[in-house]
Design a protein around this ligand. Structure first.
Ligand code: CO
Length: 134
C-alpha cells in the first residue's frame, strides 16, 4: 500500500533563515513560500533528487504548528509524508488496523493540490504520518 516518501516536514522558527540555509549552505533548490490557510501553515518546498523537504511555519492564531514550536523552540521534524494510490482505501484499511485518523477523517487538499490525511502519532511510533494520494 505505502509508496514513495513524498516529503519530510520540518517546523522552523524562522522561515526565511531556514530557506536561506538550505539554499546557501546546502545548495538546495528552494521554492517560494506558499500560504496554506486550511492547514494553518506557510510552507516552502525544497526539491531534493529523491524526495522533498517541507519547511513549515505557523499561519494564523490556531496554527497546529504553534504548539509544536513552543515545545521545540529551535524547530524539529514534524511529520513524514508517504504516497498512496487510493487514500480512501488506505484510510479504511488503517482504521481497521486500529489507527486513528486526525480531524474529520475526510481527506483535505494538501500543499500539492492532492488529497491528504494525517494519522495519529501515538499509533505510529510517535511520528505524525501524512498520507498523500498521487
Ligand atoms: Co506535509
Amino acid at each position: 500500500m505505502i509508496g514513495r516518501l513524498n516529503h519530510v516536514a520540518i517546523a522552523v522558527p524562522d522561515l526565511d533563515a531556514a530557506a536561506e540555509q538550505y539554499r546557501s549552505a546546502l545548495g538546495a533548490v528552494v521554492g517560494p513560500p506558499q500560504d496554506e490557510p486550511d492547514h494553518g501553515v506557510t510552507v516552502i518546498f525544497i526539491e531534493l533528487p529523491n524526495t522533498k523537504i517541507e519547511l513549515l511555519y505557523p499561519l494564523g492564531d490556531d496554527s497546529p504548528i504553534k504548539g509544536f514550536l513552543e515545545k521545540n523552540p529551535s524547530g524539529g521534524i514534524h511529520h513524514v509524508c508517504y504516497e498512496v494510490e487510493d487514500i480512501l482505501a488506505a484510510r479504511d484499511k488503517l482504521k481497521e488496523s486500529g489507527a486513528r485518523v486526525l480531524g474529520t477523517g475526510e481527506p483535505k487538499i494538501g500543499a500539492h493540490g492532492k488529497p491528504v490525511l494525517f494519522l495519529h502519532p501515538k499509533d505510529f511510533q510517535g511520528t505524525l504520518v501524512e498520507l498523500e494520494q498521487v
